[in-house]
Ligand binder design. Structure first.
Ligand code: TPP
Length: 382
């Protein structure tokens, strides 16, 4: 029976792939259905988010693989380069390459046809997989991805799946998501609760919550938040994200789904607005060990305090709630911040920490990105 999907899956199993995420392409729909039966498999809201989640999973020692359409590469490049490649983390990218074979959708041509040039320009190695006979390249390169901590892209032609007999076998089967439990009772504030006015800067909020960060895996937003956290509470379990804006919650989610550690994410309003869909993925996958603190200073603090829309029309606690994060709490005063940190919940927690704008003069972080990764790696391996 000609079943290229099963063949690819067995190559991945041999190479040690143990975590997968995807955003669908019609050409690989059967493969995606089958993946959920063999590996932990997370459906994504945006391809870039998957780069962050897979980076988190890799920090927890996993061997991740992503499945996306060529069009998705456009919104992944920054995170691929400033996160996965920069920190030398492993990632196998299986890209359903459109625009090259019997393509009926003209809009697939611009990115699909330029994909090899884009990857060359980005310094990402790739293998062209035109038919199942080329799977030998996958066998060789996939092992290298996990051995050398590199990104490698496998460009999958739609021709591979033509005539596959797997279609019949898999049709109608649902994707098995990982780690989903029924969301338990909401910890939302009581009706009639009036939010207090913000009174602390980000630095002061970090000082207040620092005792509850000790000993946990802390994933911190880029820019000044990371410098401030370093100044207040440097510990080997802190992952200082130095680039890849919008990826801090996805990284925390990746760690929480693949390790037993308590994980705290320090996110910011500008960054959450860049990638809000990831809150839906958090709610869907429902990890018990994840707390996201959205420090909302209504500004892009790290780039000069330019106003963001949380100061105009967006309420992040309601955004989280609306995406299905039922443990969503607003906190502005010291008492509220401490109570929110202490609160035990049976699912992921979102703390909307209201903050005044303003940055401290915390100096640059003196440790390099590879050292940051290795410290977190060692902590998560314990
Ligand atoms: C894709 C991308 N766009 C813009 C930037 C520049 N940048 C770095 S930090 C930052 C502000 C982040 O704001 P927020 O998440 O609210 O955190 P804050 O600094 O206010 O604590 C911006 C715009 C970037 N690094 N990457």
């Amino acid at each position: 029976m000609f079943n290229p999907e099963a063949e690819l899956i067995s190559i991945m199993q041999e190479a040690g792939t143990d975590f997968t995420a995807s955003l669908p392409c019609e050409k690989i729909k059967t493969l995606l259905e089958m993946l959920g039966d063999r590996f932990p498999h997370l459906p994504l809201t945006r391809e870039e988010e998957g780069v962050g989640i897979c980076a988190g999973a890799a920090l927890a020692g996993k061997h991740p693989a992503m499945f996306v359409q060529s069009s998705g590469i456009g919104n992944m490049l920054n995170a691929l380069l400033s996160l996965t490649q920069f920190y030398e983390l492993p990632l196998a990218l299986f890209i359903s390459q459109r625009g090259i074979y019997k393509e009926r959708i003209a809009a697939q041509l611009p990115v699909g046809q330029r994909l090899p040039g884009m990857l060359r320009g980005a310094g990402i190695g790739y293998s062209v997989i035109g038919s199942a006979a080329d799977f030998k390249l996958v066998r060789k390169k996939l092992a290298e991805v996990y051995r050398k901590n590199i990104i490698h892209a496998f460009l999958l032609s739609p021709a591979i799946w033509e005539g596959s007999e797997a279609k019949q076998a898999a049709s109608g089967r649902l994707q098995a998501p990982i780690c989903i439990q029924q969301a338990a009772g909401s910890k939302r504030q009581a009706a009639g609760y009036k939010p207090q006015a913000p009174r602390y800067t980000r630095y002061e909020i970090l000082e207040i919550i620092a005792p509850w960060l000790k000993g946990k895996a802390v994933v911190c937003n880029l820019g000044i938040p990371s410098k401030e956290l370093y100044a207040i509470l440097n510990q080997p379990s802190n992952f200082y994200m130095l680039g890849s804006m919008g990826m801090v919650t996805p990284i925390g989610l990746g760690i929480s789904l693949t390790s037993d550690k308590e994980v705290v994410v320090i996110d910011g309003d500008g960054s959450i607005l860049m990638n809000p869909g990831t809150l839906a993925t958090v709610a869907f996958s429902n990890p018990k060990n994840l707390t996201i603190i959205g420090i909302d200073n209504s500004s892009y603090g790290s780039t000069g305090n330019q106003q963001t829309l949380t100061g105009k029309c967006v309420d992040l606690a309601l955004v989280a709630e609306g995406f299905g994060m039922h443990n969503s709490i607003k906190a502005a005063t010291k008492k509220e911040l401490i109570a929110a940190m202490k609160l035990k919940t049976s699912g992921p927690k979102f703390i909307h920490a209201l903050s005044v704008s303003g940055n401290s003069d915390a100096p640059n972080i003196p440790i390099g990105h590879i050292e940051i990764k290795e410290q977190v790696w060692a902590f998560l391996a314990k």
